[in-house]
Design a protein around this ligand. Structure first.
Ligand SMILES: [Zn+2]
Length: 331
C-alpha cells in the first residue's frame, strides 16, 4: 500500500549522504525543499526515478507536491547502473519507483526485492513496439530486421528497443501513467498531478509538431549513429536509423561492423555521422573519416550533464532537432 510520508521522515530515510549523491544534478524538487518550503502542507510523496527521462517526467507530474530522486547519477550510463545498499534503501522506502523493466538489471532486482507493491514499470505506457536492432542493422520496418539471440545490455526483456523517450508522444503517455499512480498514492493531490501531466503533454505535443515540421523536407533520411538509441525518433519522423555499434553504447564495433557502416554511409550519401554525449565519439569519427562525412552530437538523453546542450529534456531535444536539420540537410 502507499503511504504518505512526512518530510522529516523522508529526510531521515534518504540521509544527507544519499541526498548529496542523488542530487548532484538538477533535482530541484528533491534537493531544494529541506528547509520547509513547499505547498503540500508538509506531507510529500517520495518518488524514485530510474534514469533521466523518467526523472524529468516524474518531476513535471509531481510538481512541488512530491520529491523526485534519480537513481542514475548525472553523467553515468544508465545501462550499467549498479546500486549501493543505500540506493536500494531509497527504492525500498519510496512511495513510488518509476522504472523500465529490462533496461537496468540492478533496478529490476531492487524492485523485485524491495518495491513490488510500490513500483511502476513504464513498459506498457511507453508502448515498446520496435525490435532491438543489432549492430549494423538499419532500424526500419521495411528492412525486415531481426533480433540476434542473446539480449544486448540495451534491449529489454521482450527483445524490444527500450529508447521510447526519444519519441515525445510516448513520453507524454508515460507522464499520464505516472499521474495515475501518484493520484492513487496521494488522492488529495490527484487534480494537481493530472493537471501537471496535461501541461507536460502540451509541451511534448508542441515538441512533436516542431520535429514534424523541422524534418518534413530533408534531403537525406538515413540516420547513422554510434549508439542505436534513436529508433523511435526515426520511426516517428520518417527516418531510417543505422546503428554502428547496435544498442550497446560501450561495445567496440568490429572491423566488419565499421566497414559495413562506411559502406552504408557511402551508398546512402550520408554527410553526418552522429555520436552521443556520454560515450567517446571515436567510433563515429572513424566512420566519418572513412567516408568523408562530418560528425555531430545527437544526445540520447540517457543522462543530463553540464556537457548537455540544454538544461532539460525539452531543451536537449530541441538541440537534437537543430543537429538533425543540419545533418540531414533539411530545408
Ligand atoms: Zn541506450
Amino acid at each position: 500500500m502507499f503511504f504518505v510520508i512526512r518530510r522529516a521522515a523522508a529526510a531521515r530515510r534518504f540521509g544527507a549522504v544519499a541526498l548529496a549523491g542523488l542530487c548532484a544534478g538538477s533535482l530541484l524538487t528533491a534537493c531544494g525543499s529541506e528547509a520547509g518550503s513547499g505547498s503540500g502542507g508538509g506531507d510529500r510523496l517520495s518518488v524514485v526515478a530510474a534514469f533521466y527521462p523518467l526523472q524529468y517526467a516524474a518531476e513535471r507530474v509531481a510538481g512541488d507536491t512530491a520529491n523526485v530522486v534519480n537513481l542514475t547519477k548525472p553523467g553515468a550510463e544508465p545501462h550499467d547502473l549498479e546500486l549501493s545498499p543505500r540506493a536500494v534503501g531509497t527504492v525500498s522506502q519510496a512511495d513510488l519507483v518509476v522504472y523500465l523493466r529490462g533496461l537496468q538489471p540492478a533496478v529490476d532486482s531492487a524492485v523485485n526485492q524491495e518495491a513490488g507493491d510500490h513500483s511502476l514499470d513504464v513498459t506498457g505506457a511507453a508502448k515498446l513496439t520496435l525490435p532491438a536492432p543489432s549492430a549494423g542493422e538499419s532500424g526500419h520496418a521495411d528492412h525486415g530486421n531481426h533480433v540476434e539471440g542473446g539480449e544486448g545490455a540495451d534491449s529489454v526483456a521482450s527483445g524490444k528497443d527500450p529508447h521510447f523517450w526519444l519519441d515525445p508522444v510516448r513520453l507524454a503517455a508515460v507522464g499520464d501513467a505516472i499521474a495515475d499512480r501518484l493520484a492513487g498514492a496521494d488522492p488529495a493531490h490527484a487534480g494537481a498531478f493530472r493537471a501537471n501531466a496535461a501541461r507536460l503533454r502540451t509541451d511534448l505535443t508542441t515538441l512533436d509538431r516542431e520535429f514534424r515540421a523541422g524534418l518534413a523536407t530533408c534531403r537525406n533520411h538515413d540516420l547513422v549513429t554510434s549508439h542505436a538509441a534513436f529508433g523511435y525518433l526515426a520511426h516517428r519522423y520518417g527516418l531510417t536509423q543505422f546503428g554502428i555499434t547496435g544498442l550497446s553504447p560501450e561495445q567496440e564495433p568490429s572491423p566488419a561492423e565499421l566497414s559495413s557502416a562506411a559502406t552504408f554511409a557511402r551508398k546512402h550519401d550520408v554527410r553526418t555521422i552522429y555520436h552521443e554525449t556520454l560515450v567517446s565519439p571515436a567510433v563515429a569519427k572513424t566512420v566519418a573519416r572513412e567516408t568523408g562525412a562530418g560528425s555531430a552530437v545527437l544526445d540520447p538523453l540517457e543522462g543530463l550533464t553540464s556537457q548537455s546542450a540544454g538544461k532539460d529534456y525539452l531543451a536537449v531535444m530541441r538541440a537534437n532537432l537543430a543537429a538533425l536539420r543540419k545533418g540531414q540537410d533539411c530545408s
